[in-house]
Write a protein that binds this ligand. Sequence first.
Ligand SMILES: Cc1ncc(COP(=O)(O)O)c(C=O)c1O
Length: 355
Amino acid sequence: MQINNFSAGPSKIPESIIKEISKDLIDYNKLGYSVLELSHRSDEFSNIVNKTKDHLIELLGIPNNFEILLLQGGATFQNTFIPANNPEINNDVAFLLSGTWGIKTYNDFNHYFNSTVPSVSLQNQSIDEIVYEINNLKENYLCLTSNETIEGLQIREFNKFKNKKLIIDMSSDICSYKFDWDNIAYVYAGAQKNLGIPGVTVCIFEKKFFKDNNLTSYLNAQNHIEKNSAFNTPPTFSIYVMLKVLEWIHETGGIEKIEKNSKKKAKYLYDFLDDNNQKLILNVSKEYRSYSNIVFDFKNQKLTKLFLEESISKGFIGLNGHRNVGGIRVSNYNSIELRMIEEFIHHLKVFLSNN
Ligand SMILES: Cc1ncc(COP(=O)(O)O)c(C=O)c1O
């Protein structure tokens, strides 16, 4: 049976990449040993790190006043790493809260600074209302989560917050669209959605963002910067997989092509869901609908469980909404093919006509 994996992360990896990885598991680069055995101090591994950074720079158009780190600890560690290494932002940062992950970041920042950081919650306001409210805050920095993976809510108009320096958790939509770096201070993303497998987190920040400090070894950003992300033993295999994914994005036609595909797939599914709104509920307002995670539910909630069961029996996996919100979540990451969305729509159509 063909499996269509729509999981929110760890998520589908393109088949061609899995094939390449399988070869490298046996013999990497004709060295006669596995990529799993590569020393993090070898030239081969330094090449992997440098090529990974070069691809990120090329694909995302990262300006040369930015630094890139590949760290462990997931996006969650960044919620401590950033405030620890930049205590100066303590009284100068505000939050735009649009969902679960942003709230977690906010709570960690508050805990770290032992104070209450100002925040604006996205409720029923339009992006222009939110922008107005935020641009009137005195704080220079703004933290936000570009794509709320659980709720399926996305904000991409970073330039609208022109008088703020943005710190963005991009874990579930990095490398799915291009953006301008003019008002970006820091972007971070766990790899397990659009960039491969868990274990490594990409951090891209203005070189002047971190100052010297006395923090202990792993927590201290300067150590990672000085040692080119190999201060201690890095997650070699996760970084290698990220390089494979970035090479695949490059060969696919770059971020512009990825973005076009992503919009096309998302529109196709949202149009179908809207056409069936007598039976389906979509809670996120159109303006904020995510291209990465498409979240909906059945009006008759008894159907949710039945649909998930039937989906699994037909090879559609990873569709259950996050345990906090329930419902259905179709993750439309870069690796998801149009064919998969078409087959999913067909499957849902048949289910709706039978129920
Ligand atoms: C937007 C977002 N931020 C943060 C996280 C937490 O990431 P990690 O588990 O890598 O710490 C996730 C996990 O799915 C996420 O989707």
